[in-house]
Design a protein around this ligand. Structure first.
Ligand SMILES: [Zn+2]
Length: 430
């Protein structure tokens, strides 16, 4: 019986290894470049475990002698399509009563529905094949550990993060993005560089061969997993034909992370985060229960509650790409801006006179009015920002604000940027 069980475990390990291998191949998205390396590491670990299992098989005759030894074998289970935490526990041969006990313990601090396909559950067994511990990630920062002693104990622990700053410099031969990848810069950082300069540069036309990109950025390493999380850019410079554009990170007196040149100027204006006056946010970007259908759905924009007829401004300079009824969006406008950005405005009561497809609009110009057309529970503007055909959270958009630093704030900035720049140079050349 135990032997059959072991074979089943062995087969499931091989299958999960195979699954990781296959999924890695279909997972060629450039944005997951680094995660792929981690997956690779996991595959290697899986193989190691299979070998361990085999050794364990051979050594099973000696098991009785080793009972006192507290040695656990780790087995990784990849959550596949259709798996639930309950079905996984059932596969691990837990009794129904125990499953109920485990689930109710976990659900006090974690919603098990949040576990996603592809995530990994680690199961630790002792020499007798008894499960002593189950672990999985609550999120990128926390691990949940269920320990089986006489009782079931739940233990939530934070992963340890170490902070780093790194500087890189490279010359563009092909494109900012692909050459950045070749220089081992994370896609997360490259996307941030592009969005930082997207209102100064047209990346299709302005970038020439021999353009120099220089960047300094912050990242964290999670000690337990080796996973890297990329944070803010501290400094970025692009030199085209000897002309330099550069930005330094600075936290303004009102608490925003923003980027300025050496004069404390943030010349170009970005896309407005709030394209109307006197509105309050009534629904944020992210997963939510839809107010009409009741289903959990991704809310791809931000809702601003405002009275019907409140004027809506163009979020940035651009060309009207769509005006008209658009399904559940009701009366809808979409504007195409520079460098891959678009903004969309839904549930309008009406369009401004003269707004039609192909018309050029300037930032701040009235394009339409708040309403409640389409699937809407009351007058509000549903506002979306789309970057390279993907929705992004308008409130988290980190782009130049158009602000010019003055007085004490400028003095403070000047002190800080010099430190950032000196650190950047010393990291590059020492
Ligand atoms: Zn909405």
């Amino acid at each position: 019986m135990i032997r059959i069980l072991r074979y089943l475990i062995l087969i499931s390990l091989i299958l999960s290894g195979y699954y990781l291998f296959i999924s890695e191949y279909f997972y060629l998205s450039e944005a997951n470049f680094l995660e792929k390396q981690i997956v690779k590491k996991e595959i290697a670990e899986n193989k190691k475990e299979i070998i361990q299992e085999k050794e364990h098989e051979v050594a099973s005759i000696n098991v009785k002698k080793n009972i006192e030894k507290k040695q656990y074998f780790e087995k990784k289970i990849v959550i596949l399509q259709g798996d639930t935490f309950v079905s996984i526990l059932q596969n691990l041969n837990f009794k129904q009563k125990k499953i109920y006990e485990i689930i109710s313990k976990i659900e006090n601090s974690f919603d098990l529905k949040k576990i996603k396909t592809g995530e990994i559950i680690s199961v630790f067994e002792n020499n007798l094949g008894e499960i002593k511990k189950i672990e999985f990630f609550k999120d990128s920062e926390t691990i949940i550990s269920i320990n089986f002693d006489k009782e079931i104990n739940l233990n939530i622990r934070e992963l340890t993060k170490e902070e780093f700053v790194e500087s890189k410099e490279y010359i563009i031969i092909e494109s900012l993005f692909s050459d950045g990848i070749k220089n081992n810069i994370s896609p997360d950082i490259l996307v941030k560089i592009i969005s930082l300069f997207s209102f100064d540069l047209d990346f299709q036309r302005d970038i020439r061969v021999d353009t120099v990109v220089s960047v300094s950025y912050e990242f964290d390493e999670i000690v337990e997993t080796g996973k890297l999380e990329y944070n803010d850019i501290k400094y970025a410079s692009i030199i085209i034909d000897g002309k330099q554009l550069e930005y330094f990170k600075f936290i303004t007196d009102d608490g925003y992370v923003d980027y300025f040149n050496r004069e404390g100027k943030n010349v170009k204006k970005s896309i407005l985060k709030t394209p109307l006056d006197g509105a309050r946010i009534s629904s944020n970007y992210g997963m939510r229960k839809h107010p009409i259908s009741g289903f959990n759905k991704m809310h791809k924009g931000v809702d601003f509650a405002a009275p019907t007829g409140t004027p809506i401004y163009a979020g940035g300079n651009g060309v009207i790409e769509y005006v008209g009824i658009n399904g559940g969006y009701g009366k809808y406008i979409r504007i195409r801006h520079n460098n891959g950005y678009k903004t969309a405005y839904a549930h309008l009561s009406n369009y401004k006179k003269g707004i039609s497809k192909g018309v050029r609009v300037n930032q701040g110009e009235v394009i339409g009015y708040v309403g409640s057309t389409g699937n809407s529970t009351g007058p509000h503007l549903h506002y979306e920002i789309i970057y390279q055909n993907k929705h992004i959270n308008p409130l988290k958009l980190k782009l130049p604000s158009g602000k010019i630093l003055e007085g004490k704030e400028l003095e403070k900035f000047k002190v800080e940027y010099k430190i950032i720049y000196a650190d950047h140079l010393s990291m590059l050349y020492e």
